[in-house]
Design a protein around this ligand. Sequence first.
Ligand SMILES: Nc1nc2c(c(=O)[nH]1)N[C@H]1C(S)=C(S)[C@@H](COP(=O)(O)O)O[C@H]1N2
Ligand SMILES: [Mo]
Length: 424
Amino acid sequence: MNLMRLTGARPGPARWWRSPIRGPWLTSVLGSVLLVGIPVEFITGLISFAAYNPRLAGNNPNSHVGSLDFYLFTWGGVPSWLYRWTQGIHVGLGLALVPVVLAKLWSVIPKLFVLPPFKTIAQLLERLSLALLVGGIVFEMVTGIMDIDYDYSFKFSFYDGHFLGAWMFIAGFSVHVALKVPTMVRSLRSRRLRDELRTPLAATRSEPYEGPDGLVAVEPSAPTVSRRGALALVAGSSAAVIALTAGQSIGGVARKAALLAPRGRSYGSGPNDFQVNKTASAAGIRAVDTGADWRLTVTGARTVALARDELLAMPMATHSLPIACVEGWSTEQAWTGVPLHVLAALAGVESPQGAIVESIQRNSPYARVALSAGQVHTPQALLALRVNGVDLSADHGYPARTIIPGAPGVHNTKWVRQIDFFGR
Ligand SMILES: Nc1nc2c(c(=O)[nH]1)N[C@H]1C(S)=C(S)[C@@H](COP(=O)(O)O)O[C@H]1N2
Ligand SMILES: [Mo]
């Protein structure tokens, strides 16, 4: 395709892109995968934002949308596996859908460059919904992947951006689905998937020409890939993405296969060998802060300061609980420590309505975390001192860290210095 041809007598988009497999059937197959996948992403995403308990003062201090909180509940004593699964699915499925989205965009590319862009008001509205749809999905994929990669170079809060982007995207998505489902159903019926999967390159023909507004090229070029080949490429890419990331949540030897997982895959040896996001030195934790002079301060009806030995002498519990990071990785370990409700009672608060947990660490949005009543009441919620039978390592939060069942990873504060309990 040369420039003359591109600029010559208004060839129209259908002539620029001539792949013989581009057409309503292929677009509809890809669209039907997204029709299932996108709602799962949206719902697991909303769960994730709710799990941050934005309505609790103190959470998301950098957020502007925390006050837009429309959730009718606070995240409380939920099953410990819940967030691990919803967030693992959100990130895992989100990454696996990237090849599908790219293929879908490729399949409709003539539509994105239609000239003039609209002739009627109805077309204008459709174009606007397309802008939200395409702009929204690209924005969500880019910010999501940047967050997983620990790249916060964008100049807004990820929480705000990914949340508002999701709502804009879903608005465009809803309009698009309402407009396109009839076409999708018709197109899917026009060819059988089973037949298509048996059709080799040599027998690949373009779909019937639909006119200048359609996806099928006026003059299709000779096929270089069959439809089944294109679908296999997309499915294979998605499978590869899952294979190279799932190990970060499965753990054990599988973790070594998580080549796409941005965090290191080994953290030394022994009981403390599991994921570390932020090391003690990266968090600016000095040895003097965590040495013999360290005290845990608990406040409520009274204030009590406790040395680590005093905590170890209190009634302790051991629970197998996950840390489930918003970035999708998770890891389950056996934590030993003092249940939070025991500490609340020590501070004279018999029925706590919530708590604020503070870290020695400064300059981190999560150095101060608000917990809900349900989270403090959950018998399994711990101030952990030990993990897998040994003391916490410096990187895992020595002298003490909170482990809250079913809370997002960031709410499991490391290097805890103070806990304020509210209530009576
Ligand atoms: N003080 C402090 N606590 C923290 C963090 C932190 O940066 N500082 N990171 C949080 C995050 S994002 C997660 S997922 C969990 C587990 O992080 P880790 O792998 O660094 O232990 O700890 C949380 N607790
Ligand atoms: Mo995290």
